[in-house]
Design a protein around this ligand. Structure first.
Ligand SMILES: Nc1ncnc2c1ncn2[C@@H]1O[C@H](COP(=O)(O)OP(=O)(O)OP(=O)(O)O)[C@@H](O)[C@H]1O
Length: 558
């Protein structure tokens, strides 16, 4: 049966247009980008539907729910050649409010595919909140993820940085949980008079990302409903968090693994009835320092459905009793595939315009370690998971500079590209502080962001940077993951990233949501081989350049 399910999937990936716009990529990557494995039902039998993808999929009358049982959620959706056709339900007549558009952005290749969120079967109140916040068109990854998650499948969501993965999982959760949910959604414990349990837990690797996601959910909920979501991030006052849990009884919590595990172990966080567990930036959550906490969380939140033998889609959906596991990252190295298989139940891999069984992923090589020195198998073919994690509109450059001149090269790079919102990555905090001092001495408004700063200083600096009051933010890995500064137009690597996944997450801070973005890696002559490895591993072109008299000058490759 699993084989039947596996062969009933159509792999729709980027259309011709977006392929032309991609920077020159290697043959392997272009295959992945343009590969169509046609569904033997979909290609000749009219539109592709979730049903033809092997999902049980029809509107059911609102059934009386057994306590805490989760009815498989369904919606009727047609996906034709990667475009989302209108859902056959009554259209939501909502008078769109004029939304003041701050500095209109130049989107080189908007990643949008569906025409509106109502086509994805989201409830009217949520559609209204989206339109109030200026979200009118789902991105590709949202068009693919929202119906799949609403169809109650465990998923691994993979799409390049800045493509809208957060809303891709927040929206289906809000359509089931909290004040904006649909009429046919499962009854909340609260409404059924039951002790209120948390119904969605979102785990993130950093407090900044956690606070950013809470703000995004609060914006949709509106000021009167902010209490439905609660942050449980490390570094904040734990007793205040426990007090808020008791008082506000939120249905969604967003937190870092240590704090969530700590409050859960103290018996202050009740998640046994939780319906959704989200692991955002999951490849980072697999790192050693989170291991113990992640194990506790995955074992305690909701009840992982017994995966048992491979079943067909109906059996899997019927079998789920309490928890849906949603895993998210721009890169999906094999460690993530392994974790998804053990933490989820028959998870699907959801990418822009492509939904496929996770089993279909062949073992992609782990990212090549870029540190100098012999590296077995360093000529690995690129792992397409990483090349797909880069925003297609990004331009990648490298520039040679002696170590002691790197900071001045940053200054010349910022001026030559006339960049307004710049993130500079360095690996060591001491040099980072020194670089900020030198940039300020050269007249640039620069600030530092790293773990040695207190929580207030970090959020103040981040706010000023997002508002454009700081032009250059010099930081280390703390900000690489998930940080969303929509108008960041330049990323500079003063120190090299440790591997291609690391590079991809840094690079993804710019070029968000189809905007233009440049990534400049400043390296010494002896480090150029690392840039060549990155180029091979990522399947993108790095152009050699220098900054002369305020201009970017491209060097012909020797
Ligand atoms: N449908 C949409 N229409 C307009 N803007 C959107 C839409 N979806 C998301 N955005 C905006 O795009 C930006 C990037 O979204 P988000 O941070 O979710 O991307 P991401 O893929 O999670 O990035 P990363 O991989 O870095 O975490 C955010 O500012 C978000 O508000």
């Amino acid at each position: 049966m699993a084989a039947l399910v596996a062969t009933r999937f159509l792999f729709l990936v980027g259309d011709t247009l977006s392929i032309k716009k991609l920077p020159k990529i290697s043959k392997a990557a272009s295959f992945h980008k343009s590969a169509y494995i046609l569904n033997r039902f979909g290609s000749t039998h009219g539109p592709l539907t979730l049903e033809s993808l092997g999902f049980k999929n029809r509107d059911e009358p609102t059934a009386k729910l057994e306590t805490n049982k989760v009815r498989p959620r369904v919606s009727t959706l047609q996906v034709i050649q990667g475009q989302v056709e209108e859902v056959k339900t009554k259209r939501v007549k909502v008078k769109p409010k004029a939304v003041a558009v701050e500095n209109p952005i130049e989107i080189e290749s908007a990643p949008f595919s569906a025409k509106s969120f109502s086509e994805l079967g989201l409830p009217p109140l949520l559609i209204e909140a989206l339109e109030r916040e200026g979200f009118n068109v789902p991105t590709d990854i949202q068009s693919a993820a929202i119906p799949t998650i609403r169809n109650n499948r465990d998923v691994v969501i993979q799409s390049y940085t800045g493509s809208g993965k957060t809303l891709a999982y927040v929206l289906p959760i809000l359509s089931e949980v909290g004040p904006l949910k649909g009429s046919g959604s499962p009854v909340d414990n609260k409404e059924s008079g039951k002790k209120t349990d948390i119904e969605a837990v979102i785990i993130v690797p950093s407090r900044e990302l956690g606070m950013q996601i809470v703000r995004e959910i609060e914006k949709l909920l509106g000021p009167e409903n902010k209490k439905f979501v609660q942050q449980l991030v490390g570094g904040a006052n734990r007793s205040r968090q426990e007090e808020a849990l008791r008082k506000n009884k939120p249905v969604i919590v967003v937190g870092t693994p240590g704090r969530i595990a700590e409050i859960s172990a103290a018996g202050k966080l009740h998640t046994h009835g939780c319906r959704h567990l989200v692991l955002d930036e999951i490849d980072q959550l697999l790192s050693f320092n989170f291991r113990e906490d992640m194990h506790r969380i995955v074992e305690h939140v909701g009840k992982k459905p017994s995966s048992g033998l491979a079943q067909n889609s109906e059996t899997v959906v019927k079998k789920r009793v309490e928890r849906q596991t949603i895993m998210v990252s721009a890169t999906v190295p094999f460690a993530v595939v392994r974790a998804a298989r053990s933490w989820g139940c028959e998870p699907m891999l959801v990418q822009a315009k492509k939904v496929s069984p996770l089993e279909s992923i062949s073992r992609t090589p782990e990212p090549v370690n870029l540190s100098p020195g012999p590296n077995p198998g360093s000529d690995l073919q690129q792992s397409d998971g990483v090349s797909e994690s880069l925003p297609p509109s990004l331009k990648h450059y490298y520039c040679l500079s002696r170590m002691q001149h790197k900071v001045d090269t940053v200054r010349r790079c910022v001026h030559a590209l006339n960049a307004k919102t710049v993130i500079v990555f360095m690996n060591h905090t001491r040099q980072l502080k020194d670089a900020v001092y030198k940039l300020q001495a050269r007249g640039l408004v620069a600030e530092e962001l790293h773990g040695d700063l207190g929580k207030l200083a970090r959020s103040t600096i981040l706010k000023k940077f997002k508002k454009g009051e700081i032009r250059v933010l010099v930081t280390n890995e703390l900000s690489a993951r998930g940080l969303d500064v929509s108008n960041c137009d330049l990323v500079v690597n003063v120190d090299l990233p440790t591997d291609s996944v690391h590079y991809a997450h840094r690079a993804g801070r710019t070029g968000r949501l189809g905007r233009k973005g440049s990534v400049v890696t400043i390296c010494e002559e002896s480090e150029v081989f690392v840039v060549r490895k990155l180029q091979r591993q990522l399947g993108v072109q790095f152009q050699s350049c220098e900054f002369v008299e305020g201009k970017l000058v491209i060097q012909e490759e020797k």
